[in-house]
Design a protein around this ligand. Structure first.
Ligand SMILES: Nc1ncnc2c1ncn2[C@@H]1O[C@H](COP(=O)(O)OP(=O)(O)OP(=O)(O)O)[C@@H](O)[C@H]1O
Length: 381
């Protein structure tokens, strides 16, 4: 019996309500086997708002360990950080550094953290994230009487957690590797900055040849490190671009950072809205409020001014209604939006006086104003 045998057995234990196991979620801190006494020792750490979850995990772990030949005794040490559900915590985190979640903390100086998610891949989540980040930077600069962009220290951050296909660096016109400050355990990564936004992405750290299988189990650690080991400085807002999907990454994130909420991106067609709803329900399950839905690729306007609903219509509004949240905005399908992403000049930056830039600034204003208000009673989350 080796520690690896025990780990393999622990990989059979699923996190309650998820298809992912506790090992790949990064909950296992240490394992050991004492041969003389047949004792399997396991130490786990997790953050949750649900008191049932640690009990369920402990019972499942003990059961699995007892199945191993040679195990006569089990010692399961569980370190639990208890997080209050946001609805009970009352209100937004506020710029003073207070937090929604009692256990997990935003780094000092970071006021709000909001995830951008989608159920389905390719719906334009990253495109919405970069444009919303740039728009929020413009709005905040105007409100605070600062010049936008340039070398002013940005007050908006964008964290790319799409470890499978990080596209944010390209879309933000950034390349190369970020600088590291300090040494050893205290070393901090300095986020790169462009268009008035600080950016951190797995794309800065791995190259295209890094196998995806290696990246999978990294999500939890990546998210933790992107929060703890990146020198974000003073931020009014951190936007977090999640990988597409409806479960594991979101849970990892919630384990690590007290989100103020999540924005769901969907296209108008039924296939995308169904999956977006699943994503929405996922956040509700882990007590992360849904701040709204953004419908992307809503309408294609041709050169004669005619509107074409290429991907159907109304899906964003339906998704928002079914999840008890609001439709934040509808972004048209425009080649200028794709081009802006491809050349690292988001349309909000490239055409700041255009209609799309105004739309994103409206969304950013709504988001920033919403984050100031105490959370509404009866929020579905
Ligand atoms: N409104 C739009 N108009 C035109 N092109 C768009 C629009 N939104 C996104 N795109 C293009 O669609 C493609 C996919 O967009 P994006 O990478 O943002 O999607 P995603 O949901 O983040 O994808 P993934 O799930 O792979 O992370 C990109 O080429 C992007 O430029």
């Amino acid at each position: 019996m080796t520690a690896d045998d025990i780990k393999t057995q622990l990989a059979q234990v699923k996190y309650p309500g998820f298809s992912r196991d506790i090992v790949s979620f990064g909950l296992v801190r240490s394992v050991a086997f004492v041969e003389e006494s047949g004792t399997a020792k396991v130490s786990l750490a997790l953050t949750t708002s649900d008191p049932q979850v640690p009990l369920q995990i402990k019972t499942a772990v003990e059961q699995r360990l007892r199945e191993l030949p040679g195990v006569r005794e089990t010692i399961v040490d569980l370190a639990v950080t208890s997080v209050k559900p946001p609805a009970q915590a009352g209100g937004s985190s506020g710029a003073a550094g207070g937090n929604l979640a009692g256990g997990a903390q935003l780094p000092g100086g970071m006021a709000h953290a909001v995830a951008i998610a989608s159920g389905k891949g390719g719906v334009g989540k990253s495109t919405v994230a970069v444009n919303l980040a740039c728009a929020a930077a413009q709005v905040l600069a105007a409100r605070q009487g600062r010049a936008w962009g340039g070398q002013n220290s940005p007050r908006v951050g964008l964290m790319d957690c799409d470890i499978y296909g990080p596209s944010i660096p390209l879309m933000m016109g950034l390349s190369g590797r970020p600088e590291i400050k300090g040494e050893g355990a205290g070393a901090m990564i300095i986020p790169m900055a462009h268009h008035g936004v600080k950016v951190m992405s797995m794309g800065f750290l791995v190259d295209d040849n890094t196998p995806v299988v290696w990246r999978g189990p990294m999500i939890m650690k990546t998210v933790q490190q992107f929060i703890q080991n990146v020198d974000w400085g003073e931020l009014d807002l951190l936007l977090i671009d999640l990988p597409p999907g409806t479960g594991d990454a979101q849970l990892s994130l919630v384990q690590t950072i007290p989100l103020d909420g999540a924005i769901l991106v969907t296209t108008p067609q039924v296939a995308a809205t169904q999956v977006a709803r699943k994503g929405g329900l996922m956040f509700q399950k882990v007590n992360v409020p849904l701040l709204g839905v953004t419908e992307n690729m809503s309408d294609f306007v041709d050169s004669s001014g005619q509107h074409h609903a290429l991907f159907g219509s109304g899906g964003g509004a339906v998704t928002a209604e079914q999840l008890g949240t609001v439709l934040l905005g509808k972004v048209p399908l425009l080649s200028a939006i794709r081009e802006g992403g491809d050349i690292g000049q988001p349309i909000v930056v490239r055409e700041p006086d255009g209609e799309v830039a105004r739309l994103f600034r409206d969304m950013a204003e709504g988001l920033l104003d919403g984050l100031k208000k105490p959370r509404a009673a009866g929020n579905p989350a």
